[in-house]
Design a protein around this ligand. Structure first.
Ligand code: NAD
Ligand code: DAU
Length: 347
């Protein structure tokens, strides 16, 4: 089977590539990535020489390039992760999100439809999406697969739109698809613009920790390798035209999470307890900031037997260990354009 994985040089994509390349020697895995600021081939050093792996550099919005590679390689499966993924960047540059996340998804859907032209036996289009499409929860309740879509940021609106197009291709053209909507991931190779890796990097460098608003926003955190395992299961065993919610059963208020991170980092860095907490700085809130996300992952648990394998403390420990052991990776991704982004976003 030839499988196209898009966005495979990014955070989650690189773990999904590794999961498939290592576990399915009978497949050929093609990684298509534009290598934007978030894409990094250093994430894939350990598997880049594998005989069942190829890298294709290109943009999912480039219709003629996409049509050409679909005709050349005749992908039977697509696992689509390529996206602009950071909410804060979607607030400053919403059009980039519409282009990649909506138009890019449509270009892939169209290429897949035109290639197989109703010959759908053994084919599958898997769209990797987010729980943010459901909007925000109050203090109680959980997102289920039937929660109405109610996105609040340009990022989540673009992901919601792409989900709708995937469904529409399923209904209109009979395209076999699955969608999963996952909560916040964390772990190795996470770009340091998102909360956990940004704060790890700032703690290492004794820089302030910019907590938005009062810090009482809640997210449901999942270790990225558990997400990659879930994607493997949904791709192989999920039912056609179904959606699966994936989450960590692991809700944390930002400020509690930041305090835990400070404590673990102080221990690992051999710093006095309380040292990193002094870096916490409350800053201007994110516009349209969703109060709380929390996933009811009982459908994937009952239907496919998936559950997270790593506790939050174990996952955070592994994550901190990885960043401390990979300072060179951190230095590469935080030089140049990152410094400009950081200044614009935080000063
Ligand atoms: P990321 O930003 O780390 O990586 C995105 C990748 O897509 C990068 O390698 C980038 O180079 C590539 N890319 C961007 N635009 C492209 C284009 N036009 N053409 C080709 N490649 C392009 O993102 P991530 O955090 O790994 O998220 C991956 C997917 O999972 C996204 O679709 C995101 O919406 C979804 N998701 C993320 C999370 C999370 O917590 N990070 C949770 C749920 C769902
Ligand atoms: O829920 C899934 C989503 O999780 C994914 O779809 C997105 O791609 C991913 O980026 C993530 O979105 P969030 O906006 O929840 O993640 P982020 O790490 O940006 O922020 C997590 C929380 O921390 C959020 O409440 C905002 C807050 N925050 C974030 C940053 C970057 C801060 O307080 N300070 C910060 O500097």
């Amino acid at each position: 089977m030839k499988i196209l994985i898009t966005g495979g040089a990014g955070f989650i994509g690189s773990h999904v590539i590794r999961q498939f390349v290592n576990n399915y020697p009978e497949y050929h895995i093609f990684n298509l990535d534009a290598l934007t600021y978030a894409g990094n081939l250093e994430n894939l050093k350990d598997i880049e020489q594998s005989s069942n792996y190829s890298f294709l550099k290109g943009d999912i919005t480039d219709e003629s390039f996409i049509n050409t590679i679909f005709e050349e390689h005749r992908f039977e499966g697509v696992i689509h992760l390529a996206a602009e993924s950071h909410v804060d960047r979607s607030i400053t540059d919403p059009l980039a999100f519409a282009k990649t996340n909506i138009l890019g998804t449509m270009v892939l859907l169209n290429a897949f439809k035109n290639l197989w032209n109703d010959n759908w036996e053994g084919k599958r289009f898997y769209h990797v999406s987010t729980d943010e499409v459901y909007g925000t929860l109050g203090n109680t309740g959980l997102f289920t697969e039937t929660t109405p879509y109610d996105p609040n940021s340009p990022y989540s609106a673009s992901k919601a739109s792409s989900d709708h197009f995937v469904r529409a291709y399923g209904e209109t053209y009979g395209m076999p698809y699955v969608i999963s909507n996952c909560s916040n991931n964390y772990g190795p190779n996470h770009f340091p613009e998102k909360l956990i890796p940004l704060f790890i990097n700032n703690i290492i460098n004794n820089k302030s920790l910019p907590v938005y608003g009062d810090g009482n926003y809640t997210r449901d955190w999942l270790y990225v390798i558990d997400h990659a395992r879930a994607i493997d299961l949904v791709f192989h065993k999920g039912s056609n035209h179904e959606t699966y919610n994936i989450g960590g059963f692991n809700e944390w208020k930002n400020i509690d999470l930041v305090r835990l991170l400070c404590k673990l980092m102080d221990q690992q860095l051999g710093r006095e307890e309380g040292n990193s907490e002094r870096l916490i700085t409350y800053v201007k809130d994110r516009p349209g900031h969703d109060l709380r996300y929390a996933i009811d992952a009982s459908k994937i648990n009952k239907a496919l037997g998936w559950a997270p394998s790593v506790t939050f403390e174990e996952g955070l420990d592994k994550t901190i260990d990885w960043y401390l052991a990979n300072e060179e990776w951190l230095q590469h991704v935080t030089s140049g354009a990152y410094q400009d982004y950081y200044k614009k976003q935080y000063q």
